[in-house]
Design a protein. Structure first.
Lengths: 487, 375
């Protein structure tokens, strides 16, 4: 008899603990990051506004209300794919602080691994977060079409947003003429990182044309200094996306922008001769023996965060160039561990420092007639639940203040034209100039294609192509073309 | 005591039923109302909700059965006896059916209705069976089905037989049995490191490559080999599928061993002795006497592992993501569902798995019946 009571009690306790455990794990309240320092003196005076003070009108109604303290005590939940304990997650947390202080609204930021799946499950289950970051416009279309998203056109000051933002990014947030997404952060992909000291020691020069790039590679091989290129594409679920970036960057340089757009919208087949020509250029770097460190096995087997490790080998760089967007800085060799210990570590204290240790150059143009294109991708925020405080946060994310904290920490480029250029530090000063001076800005094609291809067969096709060491190009591209969804 | 008149009995039954339903309704209302518990503060309100939910859940079911029983007893005698078993069994069966049969039927229906405008019902199946990647996945499932249960059973049987006479039998068995406690994802992560590849010249962090390069290095020094390079085990087609099957075998061998060990010990010693007297060797008595006697258990283990193998997803998803020709139907189902949002294709994958597993389930149940369980 006593045993039965014991079992019943234990079961009851277990159920109670399970019921309580749910909510308390995983909420990252931003208070945890310690004393809030006022950003540098060149910042706009927004941080001096405290709750209750009449603020100067921002042009956004709900934000004005929030700044006047009307939503004090409310909570907003916002999700993003930046890995927990990464510098990106920590920087976003930091950048959200002024908003929370000024308005009294608590923002629960959930960095979520396995983001795409987690978000879809949450939306399907009716538990969607208030705001969520989305990298692919295609995804935003899907959610908008299924009715999960709140249309911003009804209440958002879209005229102001249009005036403040680079037009291309404003338009990408539209679906069927309604605004659903506000672009927040952009990534420039057309850059190649190289070791400053290594280049100086060996007399290597930054290449400005494709032929120079190949010649530099040949020289490195001839000097016996390892392999010129650090390339790898392994990223678990999303294996292969790095390869698609290469294809897109090269296509922008070997074909007119119309062809690029037609490729995305499937007006030309995926394996159009122009695309196959781009693939040939890509093979020149990826599959020429001795060019890529570790050959195709390394490319397929090494996680994208570890690609550049051989550049920091003891005896000197074993691979010399990596084409990757600026977020890679946090993953260079010893930086990974340093940032894992302290995600708030400022760039000046990183073991491997950008600009002094590792600098970048623009991925050279290939065919002169197509000028200097830039490939980029961007993150937007979309809204799932409509409440006044959520509207306020969404409006705030469209202001330069939402970027200032992150810009100050480094590694952030905003699509807003209203961000003063003197806020930017390396490398974004140079990157924003690069974008401004580009002849074409191409948005990441695989993000715009239908998911079956852009997040499916294009990725896996690239993996297969690498596994075959560049053989069978036509068959692989044909099979990607065949997989394009009909109807 | 005088028996209660039947009219009164009926009235009492109705009152009890009404009372129980009213109580449950109120209880559910209380549970749904956020204000009732908010006064207790955040943690206590959850505790309160959990407590009320448990009382309602457990107590409510009991009360419903009690009420139903009272109602039956109000009926004339023969009706009572006839209805009683149904009243107690039908609710449970109905709920289980709802959770099992309804989604199954829904999945099958979705696979034939989620087709583009004007296309015929079998479009999804036609697409699946002409898609090279899906066919590759199905071929892989076949390989898994043929190799994994067989290897697990063979190794499990061998180990069970060998360990039978060892002194520290329990300790030896526990080593083989321990992987069973590891989750599929955990096992996949462990083995990802076992199979890890680093470029030649760098130190190999993967156990397999460390051994390969180390032993190969010795042979090179002895002049028997010219060079040895680490192998990217997870990328080499088609052996990478076998590498992944090894993970499954590692996980399931403990199960096979434990069941077969018990079965071996159940073989009557007189049989073995009789065989020994007739001059049979160890091996002969094992294969001719023991194994046929435990045939039922072997089949049980085989079909149990086969069913688990058909469902395999985590192992492949975590190690290769389905790349390098290692994909299986369950991984395709996940990708169609969550990455491509193509519900027609996803449900088709699920139906294919269902059809594949049915014969094995039938075999399993028939086998259990023959063994005398559940007949």
């Amino acid at each position: 008899m006593r045993k039965r009571w014991l079992i019943a009690t234990i079961t009851a306790l277990g159920l109670i603990v399970a019921a309580c455990g749910g909510d308390t794990e995983g909420t990252t309240t931003t208070e945890a990051t310690g004393a809030t320092e006022a950003p540098g003196t060149t910042q706009a005076g927004e941080t001096s506004t405290t709750a209750g003070e009449a603020a100067e009108a921002t042009g956004y109604d709900h934000l004005d209300q929030a700044l006047a303290g009307e939503f004090d005590g409310a909570t907003v939940e916002i999700w993003a794919q930046w890995l927990p304990e990464s510098s990106e997650a920590s920087n976003f947390t930091y950048t959200l602080e002024p908003f929370q202080e000024a308005t009294g609204i608590t923002v629960n930021f959930q960095p979520t691994p396995d983001y795409e799946t987690a978000l879809q499950v949450a939306v399907d289950g009716g538990n969607a977060p208030d705001l969520a970051q989305i990298a692919q416009p295609g995804k935003m279309h899907q959610y908008a079409e299924s009715g999960s998203l709140v249309s911003l056109s009804d209440w958002f000051n879209t005229e102001k947003l249009q005036a403040d933002m680079v037009p291309a990014f404003y338009e990408l947030g539209l679906f069927e003429d309604n605004l659903y997404g506000v672009y927040y952060k952009t990534d420039v992909k057309s850059i190649v990182w190289y070791p400053v000291q290594g280049f100086a020691d060996n007399g290597y020069e930054v290449p400005t044309t494709w032929d120079d790039l190949i010649a530099l590679g040949d020289q490195i091989v001839a000097d016996g200094n390892g392999n010129p290129w650090c390339i790898s594409i392994e990223s678990q679920e999303a294996d292969g996306w790095v390869a698609t970036d290469w294809m897109e960057d090269i296509l922008l340089r070997t074909a007119p922008p119309e062809v690029y757009d037609q490729w995305i919208s499937h007006e030309i087949p995926f394996n159009d001769p122009e695309v196959l020509e781009a693939a040939e250029y890509m093979s020149q770097i990826w599959f020429t023996p001795d060019y890529a460190y570790g050959g195709n096995t390394y490319i397929n087997a090494t996680w994208i965060g570890e690609t550049q490790d051989p550049m920091f080998a003891e005896g000197g760089p074993q691979c010399w160039m990596q084409k990757q967007a600026a977020w890679i800085g946090g993953f260079w060799g010893a930086n990974r561990d340093a940032l894992a210990d302290d995600p708030d570590l400022p760039t000046s204290e990183w073991p491997v420092k950008p600009e002094t240790d590792v600098d970048f150059f623009y991925f050279p143009p290939i065919e002169e007639e197509f000028g200097t294109p830039v490939l980029g991708a961007a993150d937007m925020f979309v809204m799932f639940n409509d409440r006044p405080e959520v509207r306020a946060l969404m409006e705030w994310l469209a202001t330069p203040e939402a970027a200032s904290g992150w810009i100050e920490r480094g590694g952030f480029l905003s699509p807003l034209t209203t961000v003063p250029s003197d806020w930017y530090v390396y490398p974004n000063t140079q990157l924003s100039e690069m974008v401004a001076g580009a002849t074409t800005v191409g948005f990441d094609a695989s993000d715009l294609m239908p998911a079956e291809v852009g997040a499916g067969t294009f990725w896996s096709g690239m993996v297969d192509w690498v596994a075959a060491n560049g053989e069978g190009t036509e068959e692989i591209f044909q099979s990607i073309e065949d997989s394009w969804p009909t109807g | 005591m005088r028996p209660t008149p039947s009219g009164l009995k009926f009235l009492r039954a109705l009152l009890v039923a009404a009372a129980v339903i009213a109580a449950l309704w109120l209880g559910l209302g209380v549970l749904r109302d956020p204000d009732v518990f908010s006064a207790l503060g955040p943690t206590l309100s959850k505790l309160g909700q959990a407590l009320v939910a448990m009382i309602l859940g457990v107590g409510g079911i009991w009360a419903l059965f009690y009420a139903a029983n009272v109602m039956i007893e109000a009926l004339p005698g023969r009706a009572t006896e006839f209805l009683r078993p149904y009243v107690f069994v039908v609710p449970g069966v109905a709920v289980v059916s709802l959770y099992l049969i309804y989604p199954t039927v829904g999945t099958v229906v979705e696979s034939v209705t989620a087709v583009p405008e004007g296309a015929d019902a079998l479009t999804n199946y036609r697409q699946a069976f002409t898609n090279g990647e899906v066919l590759q996945a199905m071929r892989n499932n076949l390989v898994w089905l043929l190799v994994a249960p067989a290897v697990s059973v063979v190794i499990g049987l061998a180990f069970a037989a060998l360990v039978d006479r060892v002194r520290r039998e329990a300790v030896a068995k526990s080593f083989v049995f321990m992987p069973l406690a590891v989750s599929f994802v955990g096992a996949a992560v462990i083995w990802r490191f076992m199979y890890a590849w680093k470029p030649p010249g760098q130190s190999q962090i993967g156990v397999l490559n460390a051994i390969w390069v180390g032993a190969g290095g010795v042979l090179v020094d002895l002049g028997l080999l010219t060079e040895v390079e680490p192998v990217a085990w997870l990328q080499v087609i088609p052996w990478n599928t076998l590498a992944l099957i090894a993970i499954m075998v590692w996980l399931q061998v403990g199960l096979a061993m434990v069941i077969l060990s018990a079965a071996i010990k159940g073989v009557p010693p007189e049989l073995i002795e009789a065989a020994r007297i007739d001059g049979a060797s160890e091996l002969q008595s094992f294969f001719r006497i023991t194994v046929p006697s435990i045939r039922g258990s072997i089949l049980t283990v085989f079909t149990t592992i086969a069913i688990a193998v058909l469902k395999v997803f985590d192992i492949i998803f975590v190690t290769t993501g389905g790349n390098f020709d290692t994909s299986v139907v369950a991984v395709r189902m996940y990708q169609e569902m969550f990455r491509f949002r193509n519900f027609g294709q996803a449900t088709t994958m699920a139906v294919i798995l269902l059809i594949a597993v049915l014969p094995i389930m039938v075999l399993n149940i028939r086998n259990l019946r023959r063994q005398g369980i559940g007949s």
